[in-house]
Design a protein around this ligand. Sequence first.
Ligand SMILES: C[S@@+](CC[C@H](N)C(=O)[O-])C[C@H]1O[C@@H](n2cnc3c(N)ncnc32)[C@H](O)[C@@H]1O
Length: 302
Amino acid sequence: MTYLSPLGYLLGIEGAALLRGVREGSADQAFVEARIAEIRALLDTPALAHAEGVTASPGTISAADVYQAWAPHYDAPGNQMIDIEEPVLRRILDGLPVGTALDAACGTGRHTTYLHELGHHVIGFDSSPEMLAQARKRLPDVDFHEADLHRLPLPDNAVDTVVCALALTHVPELAPVLAEFARVLRPGGNLVISDAHLLVSYLRPTLARRPGPDGRPCLLAEYHRPLSAYLAAALPLGFQVRHCEEPRRPHHSLDPDTAPDPLPTHVSWDLLHWCPEASAAALDDSPIVVIWHFQLDGTRKG
Ligand SMILES: C[S@@+](CC[C@H](N)C(=O)[O-])C[C@H]1O[C@@H](n2cnc3c(N)ncnc32)[C@H](O)[C@@H]1O
């Protein structure tokens, strides 16, 4: 069970700002005293003291339910993670030989579209019918199929490239999914992965959805992992690392024009505007995604 409290979240951001400032040498006396004064002010804000907290357990809403609701808005502008991930991932795709490409957990077809434009023969798989419906609208001539990452409906050695973007956070174990990617890739094939960075889970944890399918607050289970976990899963399968990048949030990632009023009465990212200096110190220039380019050993398969 996780108890999410708006005040608790803001105090956590203040704490992260202090710890990071000390670690990086940017926390001078004025900054530290400002944080302490702001913590006092937050504690004394009646609206925050009485704001509603919620108790929820991770796994009480499924990814299927989340994406069913999100599908119509997923491609709306303003998703910072996508804005930061996309150019890095595209740069890797630009350097790959054109062939047959699988966009695994393709969602609304964001990277499928780019692979198609590069001239690949593309196939898109996703477990969400609602996300696939958006992808089919975008690319009516492309093959999109409902499938789970653990059981890809493709023969062995079927594709030259696998892209799996921002989806592994939903799978509890990396090894079986990467084994599926290795199975469908031809020897020497390329695997390009992006995933939410481990730090995201500390600085912007998943918010409860209210009400969930059962009418109570619920939390999506997400799996954020250290970089060693990707290596531990990929290297025994014959993947070799070609590139790894951890792009960061820009400075001033918090829109300074967003006014703090009204105070959300529940845990929300809008709360960050109640402590913009601390939020910037905690969040700015912190890694938001990890992007991997692996290549399958050219001699490992028969
Ligand atoms: C954040 S979206 C990313 C979509 C797309 N790759 C992109 O980067 O825009 C995550 C996608 O993973 C899909 N997904 C989650 N778990 C899955 C699974 N086990 N098998 C297949 N797709 C899955 C979801 O349905 C969703 O479309």
